[in-house]
Design a binder for this molecule. Structure first.
Ligand code: C2O
Ligand code: CU
Ligand code: CU
Length: 573
């Protein structure tokens, strides 16, 4: 067992009054963004250097400010000396721009995503997503916020002045070893930080102040609230503004989730308040409660001791200063209505079952599965027709709650544990939501529109990064079946014999001047079973490809030519 820093830290928090001024990440705005992923050193603890990873700096990344409708160019240069990816968590963009595990940025290279911002005004974020290395790269420091503005939001009377009345709060817990170095794939995350600042304070003006909360922790759920049970107003979930501000005094957020809240500090100059996590109120089965595991007397292995588990702790001290010259002093009454997606309009229902490979006291540590299988880079688990509205029921057969995240879309929650009477904080657009432990479930609805790609998948996964890296992730493609039907009837190519029983089959293009450059064979489950590039001295309108290794069944073949992609099907029997 490693020596724990935790005892040292609790001594510091108890005996030293001095606090650290909250770091506010710098802003990049406009339509061209240069992001440089780099290794660095950061002094979390006075006098001690910690090895970190950051974007354009030693820790975290700049806040990117974008506007709905603009098209943006991003250059991500990887100077980490090892492969990684950058995923835009919460952005509705094509799979090729999404930055999932299939879009690796090799060391020394630059990735150049380009897209139009389609999201409504919201708080989203970016982080690495390399298969099995997400936790390491995020824990070491790569994470940044993206603030999206739109005209409705800019005209709604909300605070929008970054770092003045509108603050980013990246809330994380990490574990350090006795040499002050960050560990990953661990459950002993006992050091709390906001924007990489331990024990932080922030000066806020005596007016309406907007806080953008991001739970950027690898595993821990926070139960946000203020001291003295102060009322605050949630205005946004993952996917942007609610239809109206919701007054509340507790707001749980699981890893990956965001929320925007307003606090009313009118006439409070000179006072101090505390943003807290009331983790003592978290139910059993939640990472952050006294004991995950359904029975408080039977905590899971490697969970305790941890000073943050099941206790109420301060996240950020807020010192109220003089109001600004043009303060926002009232909370808007309402925003745009959110049109409900109706279960009756769904084209498809699907079920997902979250489970560790081995149950029992070791289940915090994986491996993990969804529908009985662990993540595989070469498997597409689900194929979704473009423009489908789908209802997904996610069931959790384990003693710990898992935050379920879906790329590409935002969803609405239809029910939690079968109950359609859901809490206020769950009533907006989400891209991540906690699935209760012990056989609990959530039912969600979403529309998969705008983007399709036959081969590059999006991900759905548990956003506890240890679980994601440990296999609790699946891949889905969104495919444009209307194109396929046309393509399948395409007269521009034939595949013969069909059905095929021989060792080879042949592709022939009708145009004798067109050349076959590559082909991909996809089975009925959407799995790519063969991909071959035609050698330059074999380029022709005719190509014979081997089929003897294919199991009997129906296949789709994607034929790449020097001028187009043609999709055909054939049967092997
Ligand atoms: Cu924030 Cu697939 O992740
Ligand atoms: Cu994501
Ligand atoms: Cu999980």
């Amino acid at each position: 067992m490693k020596t724990k820093l935790f005892y040292l830290i609790s001594l510091i928090t108890c005996s030293v009054v001095a606090q650290n001024s909250l770091l506010i990440p710098p802003v990049l705005s406009g339509t061209d963004f240069q992001l440089n992923l780099q290794n660095g050193q950061f002094e979390f603890f006075g006098g001690h250097n910690t090895a970190t990873m950051g974007v354009n700096g030693n820790i975290l990344g700049p806040t990117l400010i974008m506007n709905t409708g603009e098209s943006v160019n991003i250059h991500v240069t990887n100077n980490l000396g090892q492969p990684t990816t950058i995923h835009w968590h919460g952005m509705h963009i094509s799979a090729a721009n999404d930055g999932g595990p299939h879009t690796v940025i090799q060391p020394g290279t630059t990735w150049h995503p380009q897209f139009t911002v389609l999201n409504r005004a919201s708080t989203v974020w970016y982080h690495p997503h390399l298969d099995e290395y997400t936790d390491e790269h995020v824990s070491k420091g790569i994470a940044g916020m993206i603030i999206i503005h739109d005209t409705h939001e800019l005209n709604s009377g909300l605070p929008i002045d970054y770092g003045v009345d509108d603050f980013p709060l990246v809330v994380q817990t990490k574990e350090f070893d006795s040499n002050y170095q960050i560990l990953n794939h661990t459950n002993h995350d006992d050091v709390l930080m906001v924007n990489a600042t331990i024990n932080p304070f922030l000066e806020v003006p005596a007016q309406i102040v907007r806080l953008r909360l991001l739970n950027g922790s690898s595993q821990r759920v926070f139960n946000f609230g203020f001291d003295n049970n102060r009322t605050f107003y949630q205005i946004a979930t993952d996917g942007g503004l609610l239809d109206m501000p919701q007054a509340m005094n507790r707001l749980p957020l699981s890893p990956g989730e965001r929320a925007e809240i307003l606090i009313d500090l009118n006439n409070m100059q000179g006072q101090t308040l505390y943003l807290m996590s009331y983790a003592s109120e978290l139910g059993n089965g939640i990472f952050g409660s006294a004991a995950p595991g359904m029975n408080p007397n039977m905590p899971l292995n490697n969970y305790n001791p941890n000073a943050l588990n099941g206790t109420d702790f301060t996240i950020l001290q807020l010192n109220v200063t003089a109001p600004t010259s043009n303060p926002v002093t009232t909370i808007p009454n309402s925003f745009e209505p959110i049109p409900p997606l109706l279960e009756n309009n769904a084209n498809q229902h699907r079920d997902f079952l979250l489970r560790p490979v081995s149950m029992g006291f070791n289940q915090l540590n994986g491996d993990f599965t969804i529908n009985g299988v662990s993540f595989d880079m070469n498997t597409i688990n689900v194929t979704i027709p473009l423009n489908n509205t789908e209802v997904w029921t996610i069931t959790n057969n384990s003693a710990i709650s898992h935050p379920f995240h879906v790329h590409d879309i935002v969803f609405q929650i239809l029910s939690i544990n079968g109950n359609s009477n859901i809490p206020d904080y769950a009533k907006g657009w989400q891209d991540t939501f906690l699935v209760p432990a012990g056989g609990g479930s959530i039912k969600i609805i979403a529309k998969f529109e705008d983007f399709s790609d036959d081969t590059i998948p999006y991900m759905y996964h548990c956003h506890m990064l240890n679980h994601e890296d440990g296999g609790m992730m699946g891949a889905f493609t969104v495919v444009d079946t209307s194109n396929h039907i046309i393509d399948l009837k395409s007269e521009q190519a034939v595949v013969y014999p069909n059905p095929v029983q021989t060792v080879y089959a042949t592709i022939q293009l009708q145009n004798p001047d067109e050349m076959i450059t590559a082909y991909t064979i996809i089975d009925e489950l959407g799995k790519i079973v063969a991909h071959h590039k035609v050698h330059t001295n074999e380029l022709s309108n005719l190509y014979s490809f081997p089929v003897f290794e294919l199991a009997n069944g129906n296949y789709t073949i994607k034929i790449y030519t020097d001028r187009q992609i043609i999709i055909k099907s054939f049967i092997k029997n």
